[in-house]
Ligand binder design. Structure first.
Ligand SMILES: [Zn+2]
Length: 134
């Protein structure tokens, strides 16, 4: 993604494009992908230390709030950030810790439980847990 497109994208979500947010955005939003916060931190600072851990975490939190990335909570010790924000499902390989996208139409829910009183459905996301064949 070109710098000016990234600036425009951040601004369109009400995020002031500071230099550090642009560094994080360049890594997180460059392609459809799933990265942990530590992977993002390492990538942002790969050539030289530019952005502190706290800033990376705060920026990711802001990006999530503004709908630029989604958090996927598959492993309580490791939050994953997904640059694809439209609804979709995932395979999660517990051996590698990697997530793979599944197109929304590839999963069909044939029955749904009755919703608790006073609630409405807010989306269904399926995570199919897999492991490597022994
Ligand atoms: Zn995904």
């Amino acid at each position: 993604m070109r710098q000016e497109d990234l600036v425009r994208l951040l601004e369109s979500r009400g995020v002031t494009p500071t230099e550090q947010r642009l560094e994080v955005g360049k890594v997180v939003l460059r392609q459809p992908q799933h990265l942990s916060a530590d992977e993002i931190l390492a990538e942002v600072n790969r050539e030289q230390a530019r952005v502190s851990k706290a800033t990376v975490y705060n920026t990711l939190k802001l990006f999530v709030e503004r709908g630029l990335v989604r958090e996927i909570n598959v492993d309580p010790t490791r939050m994953i950030y997904d640059s694809t924000t439209r609804p979709h499902h995932h395979f999660y390989n517990s051996d590698s810790g990697r997530l793979y996208d599944i197109e929304p139409g590839a999963v069909e829910i044939s029955a749904m439980p009755r919703l608790p009183d006073g609630t409405v459905e807010d989306g269904v996301e399926v995570i199919i847990r897999i492991r490597n064949r022994p």
